[in-house]
Design a protein around this ligand. Sequence first.
Ligand code: SF4
Length: 313
Amino acid sequence: MKYRHLFGPVPSRRLGVSLGVDLVRLKTCTLDCVYCECGKTTNCTVERKEYVPPAEVREELGDYLENKPHLDYITFSGSGEPTLHAGLGEIIDFLKENYPRYSLCLLTNGTLFTDAAVRKQAGGVDLIIPSLDTATEKTFQLLNRPHPDLKCADIIEGLIKLRSEYMGKIIVEVFIAPGLNDYPEEISALKKALDKIRPDHIQLGTLDRPGTEEWVTPADSRKMQEIASYLKKAELIDTFKPGQRIFTFNDSHSRQILQTLRRRPCTVKDLQQMLSLRPSEIQKYINHLLAKDIIEMEQKERGTFLKIKKNHG
Ligand code: SF4
């Protein structure tokens, strides 16, 4: 079966072996973050609707999970903001009823938790990872470039409400962009907001693969450590630790590579871990795709990234 709404499993930096479920089309989001790995938001919206048919998602999940693959998480994430999908709760219920052995995670920008219906639907997952990069409206506009209906203070209130209603684990993810949200006044305002939200953990990340805007740079590790110790309960996001066998789709390797790169640029090492292939083997597919002019390379601080060429996106 060819999957249109599932991707991976990917070796997630946070979640181990994670099967991705993508509920929107590239790129549908409530924000247009300057660091987004998926590229510019082409459909910036706050309208909740069925962006992809829930029946197709259920069918693909049923097919993939039939053989009981090893997964640490099934994660709602992908080409934009998953809580925009009006059928999110229905798909979560389907997984909980039919595949209770799997833990579910929701990666979200947290902007729609102002809506009680979204908080209720998300309540069925085991782990929610909302992002919150700033507590000031000015930086929110510069860094996250929100839909005009969204206000930073309302989003923080929504996260506080989520914490009071939701019994599962919440890990807030903070992206640090030098020059935008790494100076003392910013971090101090963010800490006040996080103290009210009371997440179980805070994870700090910075740029490690190409973002939407070229001018966004990674924060240095000393700065990241400094912010982590100030925020308390905060840790830096580690890279994936290889060693676990990752079960792949029964699909051609070059299609899997393209499927992965369509969502985000990756290094050769990232792809090796995802596809459980020997370096020499994976290099063959990459050489082929480079020769066909379908993918290209881009040098970044963490290494050479492969990405889909614009006319093949
Ligand atoms: S980083 Fe997440 S929230 Fe920001 S634009 Fe990309 S998908 Fe949307």
